[in-house]
Write a protein that binds this ligand. Structure first.
Ligand SMILES: Nc1ncnc2c1ncn2[C@@H]1O[C@H](COP(=O)(O)OP(=O)(O)OP(=O)(O)O)[C@@H](O)[C@H]1O
Ligand SMILES: [Mg+2]
Length: 583
């Protein structure tokens, strides 16, 4: 049914309204005139005389014209609107038919949309502002309600971190939607799937936007973790692992273990042996194998270049010193070396990180040059808990190193953003590389997108090193906080957002009754009784958390708190976030 509404604003304004009134007046006038005319013809008939004689001819005409004008006018207007409605309906149908697209046209349109999106990188939308902090709590850093919060490429490069308890929305409201936007645009992405539950999401999202992804690890490509590194760089990677495994007084032993590995790697390089983690493991822990290699290097000394000869002498000197260490010192160093390298002697890890996979070896520079998408998948069930963890950590370090190198490589693409996506990030964090990389990552166009349950898990992963945790968090300038009860996260939020002045008004009514005895008069003591009722209103100023622990606990999965930086200003607001489920 068509509904008719008089809407002067949308149907043509005042001119239209005037026309509408004139039309109706003309119709009613026409039928009124008809009434008068007809009645003036009929009034000679004798039967009207008896009923309307007293009013005269004009009253008679008037009483005829009123019903005719009303009924006739109404019918005429109704017919007119009906006709008009029908023609509008037809017009709408014609317009819809003209706009209707065939599936082919729709496919072309989508392809055009995707091609336009793929041409560049315009940023990432996090959610829509609710205006809670700006409009309801008067926080200057808030955002007007309804504003879509979009991070420009520069804002994205300030790195994004999400916190939230189990089932708070990190995957469905944060990682998935951001992944989709990254994939639609021309960004490369390295996805470290620590929980090994993300393959389905990546497959669905890349397929949806017509892109491919490559799996590294289980059932996919291999990656030689040390290929192309110098012994110094490889040793620095291992140092991060030694520190991450954290056994109490580890710093000094981690340093010595690093030194030991560096010399072993140099020895391997000099003799052209197996320059891999498995190869390193053999030489580092097996005295016999190492001695054999030293002898081999010494035998080849005369054929070496001048630089290699000097390296060889330094290595020989080191191992002489090493032989002089007492057993307790050696075993303390070996605890570190073993804990990190033993997993890499496992055949599955050897296969995953050596050449020989049918799918070939992954080349991480494709992230930069081709905007490739790599999903690293190393299930603990297959590679062991420690093996998987160190392998992820080493891949992270290789990635960091490559991104650092980017600016110096003219032959590499210099504009494409590369995202580093990692859920449960605390499990591969370390106090050396993460404090150092993220504060300089902006110039290399890296976009860090990581999530974890809370600040407590980060500090714990860093063996209680609060300073390192703070230093790392400082370089994730866009913080997205979902529902959480983690004390350390709540404190972090309060620390960032601070408190506001709140005026508390309290009104009260008090009633008092008193009896007093006054002196001793005639007839003994006389009590006097008094009652009073007083009303009062108090206003007091107090400091309250802008967004309290209770507010944080009360967030539903569709809302999060952004404590971020947009352009050169702080942007703190409660955002509404839409889920992206992959079923
Ligand atoms: N496929 C789905 N269909 C419907 N609801 C879902 C789906 N996946 C998740 N949810 C709901 O969305 C909410 C957030 O889930 P999500 O997996 O995003 O949380 P999370 O923070 O990633 O949790 P975790 O710490 O376990 O990874 C949960 O309440 C969950 O019930
Ligand atoms: Mg999740």
């Amino acid at each position: 049914m068509t509904t008719f509404k008089i809407d002067t604003a949308t149907r043509g304004g005042k001119a239209w309204f005037n026309r509408w009134i004139i039309q109706r007046m003309a119709l009613f006038g026409l039928f009124g005139w008809l009434g008068v005319t007809l009645s003036s013809i009929w009034w000679f008939f004798p039967w009207q005389w008896s009923t309307l004689f007293s009013g005269g001819r004009f009253a008679y005409a008037f009483w005829w014209s009123v019903p005719l004008a009303v009924v006739g006018g109404y019918l005429a207007v109704y017919a007119q609107l009906k006709l008009q409605g029908r023609s509008e309906h037809q017009e709408a149908e014609q317009a819809a038919a003209a706009n209707a697209k065939t599936p082919e046209e729709e496919a072309i349109e989508r392809a055009e949309y995707l091609a336009a999106r793929r041409a560049g990188f315009t940023g990432l939308e996090i959610g829509t502002s609710t205006g809670e902090l700006l409009e309801r709590r008067g926080h200057k850093g808030g955002l007007p309600s309804g504003t879509p919060v979009v991070l420009s490429p520069e804002d994205c490069a300030k790195n994004i971190i999400a916190f939230g308890g189990i089932g708070s929305g990190k995957t469905s409201r944060f990682i998935n939607p951001l992944m989709l936007q990254l994939m639609e645009q021309n960004a490369g992405a390295l996805i470290l799937d620590i929980k090994t539950d993300f393959q389905r999401e990546v497959a669905a999202i890349t397929a949806h936007v017509g892109r491919e992804y490559k799996t590294v690890g289980d059932g996919g490509m291999t990656l030689n973790l040390l290929r192309g590194t110098t012994p110094e760089l490889a040793a620095s990677f291992l140092k991060s692992c030694f520190l991450a495994q954290g056994t109490g007084d580890s710093q000094i032993w981690a340093d010595l273990a690093t030194e030991h590995c560096r010399n072993c790697l140099t020895l391997i390089k000099l003799t052209g042996s197996d320059y891999s983690l498995a190869g390193l493991y053999d030489i580092a822990v097996d005295d016999k194998a190492r001695k054999a290699l030293i002898e081999q290097a010494e035998a080849a000394f005369d054929d070496m270049s001048d630089r290699d000869q000097r390296l060889q002498m330094a290595v020989s000197r080191y191992f002489t010193t090493w032989d002089g260490y007492d057993d307790r010192q050696k075993s303390s160093v070996m605890v570190n070396v073993n804990s990190v390298l033993t997993p890499f002697s496992h055949p599955d890890l050897v296969d995953a990180f050596s050449t020989g996979s049918e799918q070939g070896e992954a080349d991480l520079t494709e992230l930069i040059n081709d905007g490739a998408v790599f999903l690293v998948n190393l299930p603990q069930t297959k590679f062991g808990k420690e093996g998987a963890r160190y392998a992820y950590l080493l891949i992270k370090l290789r990635f960091f190193n490559m991104m650092r190198e980017r600016r110096t490589r003219d032959d590499w693409n210099q504009t494409r953003p590369v995202a580093f996506v990692c859920d449960e990030y605390q499990s591969i964090v370390d106090s050396v590389s993460d404090t150092d990389f993220w504060d300089k990552s902006r110039s290399s166009k890296t976009i860090g997108i990581v999530s974890m349950q809370g600040v407590a898990s980060l500090t714990q992963a860093l063996n209680g090193n609060h300073k390192a945790a703070e230093a790392i968090l400082q370089n994730f300038r866009q913080r997205v906080v979902f529902r959480t009860e983690d004390e350390a996260t709540l404190r972090h939020v309060q620390h960032l957002l601070g408190q506001i002045d709140v005026v508390l008004t309290s009104s009260g009514e008090s009633y008092s009754e008193s009896v007093s005895w006054t002196g001793l008069g005639m007839g003994g003591r006389q009590p006097t009784q008094s009652q009073s009722i007083s009303e009062s209103e108090n206003a007091s100023m107090t400091r309250q958390d802008l967004f309290s622990a209770n507010d944080m606990r009360a967030l539903s999965a569709d809302y999060c708190l952004l404590i971020g930086n947009i352009g050169d200003r702080a942007a703190d607001e409660v955002l509404q976030v839409a889920p992206l489920y992959i079923n």
